[in-house]
Design a protein around this ligand. Structure first.
Ligand SMILES: [Mg+2]
Length: 390
């Protein structure tokens, strides 16, 4: 089995006005992703996804160019089952043979960002191919699954203090969720406005529903501490990205100052960055995004790090289908996982891009049974919304 063709597209799906929401990322008028299709010489097709922007929308021209014109050509003729050697080849660049012999990394200068997003897309597609070629779901190749269904949490919560109760109750009615996450931070101006919204949410949910908050890294350390004090009696299950990813010592300071568990990692890539989060005691819950951190291969390594440091693992899965399904398989196979992020904003990159229905029932989501990642891309839909491609 050899790789015959690598094609990537910038897929941009408009979101109808009544389903748009506004956060610190602005109004989400589109859902964008870089989607890669890798085909083998025996006709197996694997799908992957790379990401370079938080929120739903973003510019994917450069990432798609990288996949089509720089990384893609290096994969032609390779055995797609060599997933880890291909990862290291792309990460270590011209010194990859030296690195393989020496037994330690010698990465390219471009060792984060677009490069690792592109590696992520390739890695996800290669796991999909391996599963399909063996007739096995990816979780089985990762060592098996710990459950047939895992708990999911409703990820959304942008409404103001007067309407947040209705918004979160709506999520719970739709999927039976036992946990919900709402947005806080710069979109509210000052910490006390966010705190009022959180108190309204807690009052509406009662004590038995887990409530998490996500500041998207928009507080200073001082603001994050103020916010923690203001919501100290709200029993938050986690406080996500209190400060920017580039201030890990600051995040550790917030964690040390509060009893609220800190979650972080959607803005981090590779095991090396997550090692730093763990060593600096900056987070309780590691949240790699499979389409940004380095794919399924790297997400599994990060999950192992979480377990080794007695931390927990809850990947960032606000994403399209290839990334979201990757998260399902990785969580199914990881001892440190405990919950799946399920986006409650409009998400055509899951619900319209693939044929399968993705649903949460009684707060639980099924781990896919089909070979590979377990979804079928509607190629006509993809091509109809591709604004950049090979
Ligand atoms: Mg987040």
């Amino acid at each position: 089995m050899r790789i015959r063709k690598v094609e990537a597209w910038w897929v941009r799906v408009p979101i109808e006005e009544r389903r748009q929401h506004r956060s610190d990322f602005g109004r989400t008028v589109t859902f964008d992703a870089a989607i890669v299709r890798i085909e083998t010489d025996d006709g197996i097709v694997g799908w992957g996804e790379g990401k370079n922007a938080a929120g739903s929308s973003g510019s994917y021209g450069a990432l798609v160019h990288l996949l089509n014109h720089e990384i893609g050509p290096r994969l032609i003729g390779r055995d797609p089952a060599d997933i880890s050697p291909i990862w290291e080849m792309l990460y270590n660049g011209v010194r990859h043979e030296m690195a393989a012999t020496a037994g330690h990394a010698m990465p390219e200068l471009a060792r984060r960002g677009l490069t690792v997003a592109a590696i992520s897309a390739v890695d996800i597609a290669l796991w999909d191919i391996l599963g399909k070629s063996l007739g096995q779901p990816v979780w089985r190749l990762l060592g098996g699954r710990k459950a047939e269904r895992l708990p999911a949490y409703a990820s959304g919560g942008w409404a103001d203090a007067d309407t947040i109760a209705d918004q979160l109750r709506g999520y719970i009615e739709a999927g039976g969720f036992k946990a919900v996450k709402m947005r806080v931070g710069a979109m509210d101006g000052t910490p006390h406005v966010s705190a009022e919204r959180v108190r309204a949410a807690r009052a509406a949910l009662g004590p038995d529903t887990d409530l998490m908050v996500d500041a998207h890294g928009t507080y200073t350390v001082a603001e994050a501490k103020r916010f923690c004090r203001l919501v100290a009696d709200c029993d938050l299950a986690w406080f996500e990205e209190p400060v920017i990813a580039d201030d890990k010592p600051g995040m550790a300071e917030v964690r040390a100052a509060s009893h609220i568990p800190i979650a972080a990692g959607e803005s981090e890539a590779t095991r090396f960055a997550f090692r730093d989060l763990a060593v600096l005691k900056a987070a309780d819950i590691l949240q790699p995004d499979p389409a940004f951190c380095g794919g399924i291969t790297e997400a599994m390594r990060i999950a192992a790090l979480a377990s080794a440091f007695n931390l927990r693992f809850a990947p960032h899965l606000w994403a399209g289908a290839p990334c979201f399904f990757s998260g399902l398989h990785v969580c199914a196979a990881s001892p440190a996982s405990f919950i799946i992020e399920f986006s409650l904003g409009a998400n055509p990159m899951i619900h319209d891009l693939i044929e399968e229905e993705v649903r949460v029932t009684d707060g639980m989501i099924a781990i896919p049974e089909k070979p590979g990642l377990g979804f079928t891309v509607r190629e006509d839909f993809l091509r109809a919304h591709a604004i950049g491609g090979p």
